[in-house]
Design a binder for this molecule. Structure first.
Ligand code: SAM
Length: 192
């Protein structure tokens, strides 16, 4: 049995494939925030999470646990990837490369262009310092406000602006557990 309504396939309504590339992860120090970037990617409709240059099995393990309980087995995680090779591969198949940075152009100015031009998107988020090459290689350097905050909030807001909130209705057909919304209580059901 699936817990998702049959009449509305939100996965189809998210009418482009989005993938997330996380740069600059420092195992130990960034584990929690990188896990949160991956959780936002999955929950807000992306299909793939790439972790650049390092392998960190604790991240892969915690996302896999979330997927096994709450669904979304189509969501792929690849760690220790060469970021420039990933970018070139996506570029080669016609995807847009969007780098989130406070130094970029305001999201309000570029989101319509991105929405109309990009059928597939690779979103890049950094950590402390992002090398110049990523600014140059990207089709769009996009600012979510011109103040420093976090890769987690930047990614969430970017995906929400891209999909105009539809992604919040995303339902995972392969979930083992689901939530009954409640004003006061924590109501979780197991799929029969
Ligand atoms: N100096 C950084 C920058 O270029 O945005 C802020 C570093 S922040 C600790 C880590 C990551 O969060 C950045 O690489 C970027 O992907 C994202 N980020 C932080 N603030 C942002 C903003 N205002 N707009 C877009 N992305 C942001």
């Amino acid at each position: 049995m699936s817990v998702c309504p049959e009449d509305r396939n939100i996965r189809q309504a998210l009418n482009r494939d989005v993938h997330v590339l996380r740069l600059g992860h420092r195992p130990g120090r960034d584990r929690r925030i990188t896990t949160h970037v991956a959780l936002v990617a999955r929950a807000f409709g992306a299909r793939t999470f790439f972790l650049a240059d390092v392998s960190d099995p604790t991240i892969t393990r915690s996302i896999s646990k979330v997927i096994s309980r709450w669904g979304g087995s189509y969501f792929q995680i690849h760690d220790n990837v060469d970021p420039l090779s990933v970018i070139r591969e996506f570029r080669g198949r016609g995807a847009c490369i969007v780098h989130l940075t406070m130094y970029g152009l305001p999201i309000t100015k570029v989101i319509d262009d991105i929405s109309s031009r990009c059928r597939e998107i690779l979103v890049i988020v950094g950590a402390e310092k992002v090398e110049r090459i990523f600014y140059e290689i990207s089709d769009y350097n996009v600012a979510i406000g011109a103040q420093p905050h976090s890769e987690v909030s930047a990614l969430a807001i970017f995906l929400d602006r891209l999909w105009k909130g539809i992604e919040l209705e995303l339902c995972f057909h392969d979930a083992k557990y689901y939530i009954i919304p409640s004003a006061k209580n924590k109501v979780v059901r197991k799929v029969e």
